[in-house]
Design a protein around this ligand. Structure first.
Ligand SMILES: NCc1[nH]cc(CCC(=O)O)c1CC(=O)O
Length: 416
């Protein structure tokens, strides 16, 4: 009997019982046939199996001898003619953990924290377990995460409505919420890496990451998102954050040329040590909904503002475009590249992993968090198992670091 390509039908030909009729043709599992064919030398591939099979023992199989792979030896024990058995490497936790290719540790996690100027913590309904923190509370949270081994946090501010403008000038107010918190956190925990988001949306009365023109010459007859004017504001914002002590600035705005401009601005002011983690491949995604609820930062309906962020965030249909963004960010001096959202975009993480040697970060975003929480609350998912698996999958796809609202909880689980 010759081996046949995976997926084909094979006929048992050994002299057991009567010749098979067409109805006895059985599918050989494709993977098994492929594996065996690849591994056996050509002359052995068609040879009969070493155990002799009697007609009686073949009948005992209940299924007719099919491919020659499944047989019964003289003691009546069923035997598959399979030398390579990958399951041997999975037979105990000792072996499984020895050959495990990827692990996630608390040090890989970046903890996003929502902050506001009010006197009490306010829960975020679409993100159970997350709150907008007061200054005291955020310090406590950073301390607890740090004690569990999470050494990086990123801050997202909810800015009072009266401070929002189209130009978003509050974003570089040195005594604003973010700069104040950065210096407070750094003073108490100098070894925690404090990241800041660079984009105008929390400060914009249009709910956009960039300034909106009033000329109605943009997409759909709305205002345009003004790239270069926005980049100038982003440079001011990043500088202000660096002066406050930010370790990492993370432009999430998707304007063209912002990484290079921010690098120049930082270097020109002596902040050569401040890192830039670029949101390189940031898609115009529906998975940011809960985040926009948390900060009241969604595009505004009543104004000149475009209804969505599609003229600057990337089209979910595209993956080559991520490579274009990545090569620009690398050339402009980014220290690390981010992919966002996370789970639906693992292919993009892998494409960037193969395209650059820079560290990669994946953002497990608010909508992904909300979905897992909702399923877990209903008892439909084992939250712990599902979260830990998700984090591991980011690593396997090629991410080094993961921004996740589960950071503290996951670190707690890892420490158990
Ligand atoms: N530029 C703002 C920003 N930075 C991070 C997120 C989303 C994060 C999340 O959903 O968890 C957003 C929202 C957006 O672009 O509308």
């Amino acid at each position: 009997m010759a081996f046949v390509p995976p997926g084909a039908f094979v006929r048992g030909t050994r002299s057991i019982g009567t010749p098979r009729s067409a109805s006895c043709l059985s599918p050989l599992p494709a993977a098994a046939a492929g594996r065996l064919a690849a591994r056996l030398p050509a002359d052995k591939a068609g040879a009969p199996p070493p155990v002799s099979m009697t007609a009686a023992s073949a009948r005992d199989l209940a299924i007719p001898a099919r491919s020659g792979l499944l047989s019964v030896n003289e003691e009546g024990t069923v035997h598959v003619q399979q030398r390579a058995r990958p399951r041997r490497n999975r037979k105990s936790e000792g072996l499984r953990s020895m050959v495990r290719e990827n692990v996630v540790t608390p040090a890989n996690l970046i903890y996003p924290l929502f902050v506001h100027t009010e006197g009490e913590n306010v829960p975020i309904p679409s993100m159970p377990g997350c709150v907008r923190h007061t200054v005291d509370s955020v310090l406590r949270e950073v301390g607890e995460a740090r004690a569990l081994g999470v050494r990086s946090v990123i801050l997202f501010p909810k800015i009072p409505e009266e401070l929002k403008t189209n130009a978003a000038d509050e974003c570089y107010n040195p005594s604003g919420l973010v700069p104040t918190l950065v210096s407070t956190i750094k003073a108490k925990y100098p070894d925690v890496a404090v990241w800041t988001d660079v984009a105008l949306d929390p400060y914009s009365d249009q709910g956009h990451d960039g300034m909106v023109s009033d000329d109605k010459r943009g997409d759909g007859g709305c205002g345009r998102i003004m790239n270069d004017e926005t980049v100038e504001q982003l440079c001011r914002q990043a500088l202000c954050q660096a002066r406050a002590g930010a370790d990492v600035v993370a432009p999430s705005d998707m304007m063209d040329g912002r990484v290079g401009a921010i690098r120049d601005a930082l270097d020109g002011a002596g902040f050569t040590d401040v890192s830039i983690v670029s949101y390189t491949a940031k898609y115009a995604s529906a998975f940011y909904g809960p985040f926009r609820d948390a900060l009241d930062s969604a595009p505004r309906e009543s104004s000149n503002a475009p209804r969505n962020k599609k003229t600057y965030q990337m089209d979910p249909a595209n993956s080559r475009e991520a490579l274009i963004e990545a090569s620009l960010d690398v050339a402009e001096g980014a220290d690390m590249l981010m992919i966002k959202p996370g789970m639906p975009y693992l292919d993009i993480i892998r494409r960037l992993r193969d395209a650059t040697d820079l560290p990669l970060a994946a953002y497990h975003v608010s909508g992904e968090y909300a979905m897992m929480k909702a399923a877990a609350e209903r008892g439909w998912l084992d939250e712990r198992e599902a979260v830990m698996e998700s984090l591991l999958c980011f690593k396997r796809a090629g991410a080094d670091a993961i921004l996740t609202y589960y950071a503290k909880q996951a670190a707690e689980w890892m420490n158990e």
